[in-house]
Design a binder for this molecule. Structure first.
Ligand code: NDP
Length: 327
């Protein structure tokens, strides 16, 4: 019988420390062609102004593979209300028979796997000496990213900017003590970025919030927030100044507003993407010099959800958590 795993079950079954290497392996397999998945179809849902995507993937590996699909909604208008802006459900299937293995809450899966993938980018592309983190945004992803990045670099300080200053203050208040270094608010994006080695942008901005003159030599920038062709967090000049890496070239050409709009404005050419992160994980060149500015544009891939779901399912069975359900 399939296992039903709630958000609470998953908070016990999933650990960021084991998710990061699992995402690194999944991305390497994706870039080696060991994953079957389409670029996700996304429906615009009016009048609510939401989006609905379905994300199936099949990964081949020596553990029998991982097969499944995430159904995910993004309703920015939910902010501040009873529902989170992102809601999702993951179905995990048996690659040998197609039988349903588990139904999982996908909200926490999305929250954790996205931050784990960013941490992979930081590990592969940021300078080893990187100590100062700037977080732009203070929502769900900001929280998981603080934890994930702190696992791959020895952070000395974190500065957090958010569009609503009170939300940055709340973030600092609530997250203080969850990592070993001090957290501060920043009044502006520029203040947050000044002196930062790693910049994580996790906002729902539709227009750029950065300016290329605020980039500093040696920075690693993670642009996570925008995942549609008409949304972006980075200005075109910032994108042009960076050595750019993506999770998927195919997704980037369809969904990465940060890159698509920079190209439409003539600031970057068709070859501006250097590599997929999975290629770097497999040994392709990443950062070439300490003063180079690297950018990881994250869009989120179905294989990340399916591999996270498999990890959670296996761990839940070991721990004896979750409820068996007959459909
Ligand atoms: P939340 O709703 O929890 O937080 C949204 C954040 O965006 C808040 O800090 C909010 O600031 C800020 N924000 C909203 N509108 C604007 C704006 N116009 N300008 C600047 N800041 C703004 O969302 P999540 O943390 O779950 O997600 C953050 C972003 O990451 C979303 O865009 C989401 O689509 C994307 N995402 C990307 C994934 C990937 O795989 N790449 C996966 C999951 C999410 P404040 O509250 O201070 O007003």
């Amino acid at each position: 019988m399939p296992l039903l795993l709630t958000e609470e079950d998953l908070s016990r079954a999933l650990e960021m420390a084991s998710l990061i290497p699992a995402m690194r392996d999944a991305l390497a397999r994706f870039s080696r062609g060991e994953v079957v998945q389409p670029v996700r179809p996304t429906l615009k849902i009016e009048p609510a102004g939401g989006y609905y995507s379905t994300m199936p993937a099949y990964l081949r590996d020596d553990r029998g593979g991982a097969l499944g699909m995430k159904s995910v909604t993004f309703f920015p208008g939910n902010a501040g209300g009873p529902h989170p802006t992102h809601l999702a459900t993951v179905l995990l299937l048996d690659p040998a028979s197609g039988a349903l293995l588990a139904i999982l809450d996908g909200r926490l899966v999305t929250e954790m796997r996205t931050a784990a993938v960013t941490a992979v980018s930081v590990d592969l592309l940021a300078r080893r000496s990187a100590r100062h983190l700037a977080i732009l945004g203070s929502g769900v992803q900001a929280r998981s990213h603080l934890r994930a990045v702190s696992l791959v670099r020895n952070l000395a300080s974190v500065r957090v900017w958010s569009r609503t200053a009170a939300h940055a203050a709340r973030f600092v208040r609530e997250m203080a003590g969850t990592v070993a270094c001090p957290l501060h608010t920043a009044a502006t994006v520029r203040d947050a970025m000044r002196g930062a080695d790693i910049v994580v942008a996790v906002t729902a901005a539709r227009e750029p919030i950065t300016d290329a003159v605020w980039l500093e030599p040696g920075m690693h920038v993670c642009a996570v927030g925008s995942s549609t062709s008409d949304m972006r967090e980075l200005d075109a000049a910032s994108v042009a100044r960076c050595r750019v890496f993506v999770d998927s070239r195919a997704s980037a050409s369809a969904e990465a507003g940060d890159l698509i709009l920079a190209r439409a404005e003539g600031r970057i050419g068709p070859d501006h993407i250097v590599a997929e992160l999975g290629e770097v994980a497999a040994g392709a060149p990443g950062r070439r010099a300490a003063d180079e500015i690297t950018l990881f544009k994250s869009l989120g891939l179905a294989v990340e959800d399916v591999v996270t779901a498999r990890l959670a399912f296996e761990r839940a069975r070991e721990l004896g958590i979750g409820a068996s359900v007959e459909l």
